[in-house]
Design a binder for this molecule. Structure first.
Ligand SMILES: Cc1cc2nc3c(=O)[nH]c(=O)nc-3n(C[C@H](O)[C@H](O)[C@H](O)COP(=O)(O)OP(=O)(O)OC[C@H]3O[C@@H](n4cnc5c(N)ncnc54)[C@H](O)[C@@H]3O)c2cc1C
Length: 320
């Protein structure tokens, strides 16, 4: 195989993906490779192409549910993890832990990324899904994104408009790109205030989220509507004014209203603390988590005529 010729025993066979996901769930990858830089990323992509292998790009594994049977083909991780500050810009490798990017920016007295303190995973994964919290989103400060095309191995640079960012969405979700680096345009701020803000946000998240369990964060995206008349009468009557006014209903609210909080299926459980967190209470399989998600989706559709859409990605499942 070309990929083995190129990378030798750096290509691991049967690497268990549960060791690389925050759910602590997931079977083996046929082949698993960590590339160190852009040139290696391009080489690996071309090698996989020659071998006819499907490629899955793995970041911090904090927004995915990986099937118990694992993933066929090549799972590739960007091992570049450098973050540096240049003037008001922050340059981060895709493999850098998002929190490191936040820490480096605040400690340099640069504002714009504090909201992301406490979001697990990597910069690459956060850009692809346009991660967001506390009113901030990745898109707000992105200047450029460098990515390798997973079909050709060619490299390209995207400016912010060409990233086509939307709510938990970007061009990288719809075309085969392997993000390798990004530059953020930040602004000067007060270092001490910025650091204090991140400490405060992390504490808030600790109090609010069931972090003692494995999870992939919020399973479903929020539900948006244009007009209250689109909602069923029952839903309208129970809707707190803050959701009615913002035209946005967090998915956890539906779990609460449907009486689904605390529901278990095998080792999978809908958190009592946060209804949009479907957690691994210790020994859940991917099949159990998936079944619980499917059940909740069906119940919400039945009870409120609302179709929830997953924020997490299913990996290695026949049905996605
Ligand atoms: C406790 C907890 C709290 C969370 N809170 C939030 C929150 O507040 N807001 C929020 O938005 N999210 C949240 N998440 C979800 C998750 O942490 C983010 O979406 C995160 O940015 C995903 O990054 P990752 O590196 O882990 O991606 P992964 O889970 O590894 O991958 C996610 C997707 O991105 C793709 N991907 C990863 N790296 C690359 C790359 N370099 N190039 C191209 N594609 C890539 C993968 O193929 C996959 O499709 C939370 C998760 C947990 C577990």
């Amino acid at each position: 195989m070309k990929i083995l010729e190129l990378f030798g025993d750096r290509v691991k066979k049967g690497e268990l993906l549960k060791n690389h996901t925050t759910y602590r769930i997931g079977g083996p990858a046929d082949l698993y490779l960590e590339v160190k830089n852009v040139a290696e990323a391009a080489k690996a992509v071309k090698g996989a192409k020659e071998d006819g292998l499907p490629v899955f790009v793995l970041g911090g594994g904090s927004n995915i549910l990986v099937a118990d049977a694992g993933v066929r083909g090549l799972v590739i991780v960007y091992g570049g993890r450098e973050v540096k500050v240049e003037g008001n810009r922050l340059i981060a490798d895709a493999g850098a832990i998002t929190f490191l990017a936040v820490k480096m920016s605040t400690e340099a007295g640069l504002t714009g990324l504090e909201w992301a303190a406490g979001i697990p995973g990597t910069v690459g994964g956060a850009i692809r899904g346009n991660a967001g919290a506390y009113g901030g989103e990745m898109k707000d400060r992105i200047d450029t994104v460098q990515a390798v095309n997973l079909e050709t191995g060619d490299s390209a640079t995207f400016n912010r408009p060409s990233c086509l960012f939307g709510y938990r969405d970007s061009v990288f979700k719809h075309a085969p790109w392997f993000i390798v680096r990004a530059a953020f345009a930040l602004a000067p701020g007060d270092r001490d205030e910025l650091v204090a803000k991140t400490v405060d946000l992390v504490a808030k998240r600790r109090a609010k989220l069931p972090l003692e369990y494995g999870s992939a964060g919020s399973v479903f995206k929020s539900f948006f509507f244009n007009d209250l008349s689109e909602l069923s009468e029952g839903l309208r009557k129970s809707l707190p004014s803050k959701y009615a006014e913002s035209n946005r209903i967090p998915a956890g609210f539906f779990m609460e209203l449907a009486g689904l909080k605390g529901k278990c299926l095998g080792g999978a459980m809908i958190s009592e603390q946060h209804g949009n967190f479907f957690v691994n209470s210790g020994s859940a399989t991917a099949a159990e988590v998936r079944e619980l998600i499917d059940y909740a989706k069906m119940k919400v559709k039945e009870d409120f005529n609302v179709s929830l859409e997953e924020e997490i990605q299913y990996v290695g499942f026949e049905k996605v």
